[in-house]
Design a protein around this ligand. Structure first.
Ligand SMILES: [Fe+2]
Ligand SMILES: [Fe+2]
Length: 439
């Protein structure tokens, strides 16, 4: 008799004794439950084959936590195992997140690894079990199918001051493959993906193919976790309501009740750099007919203004030598006729509300740089006395000479934040911009 069976019977005997006091037919209950337990115990599932249906995609990096999602091919319970050594000795196991129920699913496993140390290298693998239901609702998992072992390094003030940025990928998989290759070559510990991952998504399976099981074969975020920021296109189609079921929102404990809906905003130290993520939303006003009365981007941006002001009061953000804000739509455009995103005509070239509400805070707290996308064309806006933060706009998905895709790399070197704009059409560095630390 194994321990599990012994402890079950011990519990059943206690139940019988308690029931007898009240005059209930205790023996009947014990036999009934024992039969169920025996059937549960006898059920043996094999280790699944090809239940894992994508590479792991690390996401929502933080100093003390890391998210990971991956696709599965059947109803499953997912796991991640994390260790401080490559041999995975004394690994800690996490299962699908969710309280009170783990989020079992037939397509996407989402696991949050918590309690991690800042700026620390970890090794991990993901796994999944199929589930049998030998007795009604009684679940029994199979032994897990495991991925190979990968590694990541958590964020934190002691982590390396290095990041990469991609944007406006629009499911152009030829370009995406080159971007993924470049991310690996640069080797930055984190990637910021500034949205327009899609053009329009109607089903969760489209989200799975955009983020987890990409046509490039995945492996763009097995070791370099992604901070994902919505673009305007990521709000189009029915599936956008479910995007956090595939690309997770930030850990809830990072934000207050007031900021509860701000699931993708982040302010995280990556070495000497404070990375701040903001969501510019759609490129049309809420009163535009295309919104159908169902969007609230204007109050959403104002909620982020209050959130942003509070981030600068956090000691680790306040003392950061460099502050870089990331968003999808630029919040500045020097052209007098550029569309500010608040009219019924066409669509935003820049987001005036973000400029008016976030711009002064970025100025007040000495942010050096805004990095955005949306325009599908690289651009650098020099800082001015009135607007002391610079703005870099990244390129789009098409492999053309005048509107080339970019990977933007930021790294602190020789006492400066050096930002290199890699031109993915020519394969050369298009421009380098340098920023002094805040005084
Ligand atoms: Fe775009
Ligand atoms: Fe866009």
């Amino acid at each position: 008799m194994n321990l599990e069976r012994r402890s079950f019977i011990k519990g059943s005997a206690l139940l019988a004794a308690m029931s007898a006091v009240g005059g209930v037919r205790a023996a009947g209950i014990v036999n009934h439950e024992q039969k169920y337990h025996d059937r549960w115990h006898a059920t043996q599932l094999p280790v699944p084959q090809k239940l894992l249906d994508s590479e792991p995609v690390l996401q929502c990096p933080a100093p003390d936590s890391m998210g990971v999602a991956f696709a599965v091919s059947d109803f499953a319970l997912g796991y991640a195992e994390v260790a401080d050594n490559e041999k995975m000795e004394n690994a800690v196991q996490y299962a699908c997140e969710g309280v009170p129920l783990a989020m079992l699913d037939d397509r996407v496993m989402r696991i949050r690894m918590t309690g991690l140390k800042p700026g620390t290298k970890y090794w991990y693998r993901v796994g999944a079990s199929t589930l049998a239901f030998p007795v009604g609702y009684w679940k029994k998992p199979s032994p897990p199918e495991w991925s190979k072992v990968y590694s990541f390094t958590t964020c934190g003030e002691n982590a390396s001051s290095h990041f990469s940025v991609i944007t406006d990928t629009h499911t152009n998989w030829k370009t995406f493959a080159l971007l993924a290759q470049k991310l690996r070559a640069i080797g930055a510990p984190v990637t910021l993906w500034l949205g327009d991952a899609s053009s329009h998504t109607e089903t969760r399976e489209e989200l799975v193919k955009m983020f987890l099981k990409t046509e490039t074969g995945g492996d763009y975020a097995t070791t370099q976790p992604v901070f994902f920021i919505n673009g305007n296109h990521d709000f189009r189609g029915r599936a956008c309501l479910h995007s956090t079921e595939v690309m997770m929102g930030r850990l809830p404990s990072e934000r207050s009740g007031r900021d509860w809906p701000l699931v993708r905003n982040f302010a995280v130290r990556q070495g000497e750099i404070a990375l701040i993520g903001l969501d510019t939303g759609e490129d049309k006003p809420d009163f535009h007919p295309s919104a159908g009365g169902a969007t609230r981007f204007e109050p959403y941006r104002t909620m982020q203004t209050a959130w942003l002001a509070d981030q600068f009061k956090r000691p680790e953000i306040a003392r950061a030598p460099y502050i870089v804000a990331f968003m999808h739509i630029p919040i500045f455009d020097s052209r007098p006729d550029a569309n500010p995103g608040n009219t019924l005509e066409n669509y935003a070239a820049w987001q005036k509300q973000g400029h008016d509400e976030w711009g002064p805070l970025l100025k007040q707290y000495g942010a050096q740089l805004v990095v955005a996308g949306h325009c599908h064309c690289y651009r650098y806006d020099e800082p001015t006395a009135e607007r002391p933060w610079a703005q870099i706009v990244g390129g789009g998905p098409h492999m053309v000479a005048d509107k080339f895709p970019t990977v933007i790399e930021g790294k602190v070197e020789d006492g400066e934040l050096k930002v290199r704009v890699h031109n993915m059409f020519t394969g050369k560095v298009e421009a380098t911009h340098a920023f002094k630390p805040r005084v």
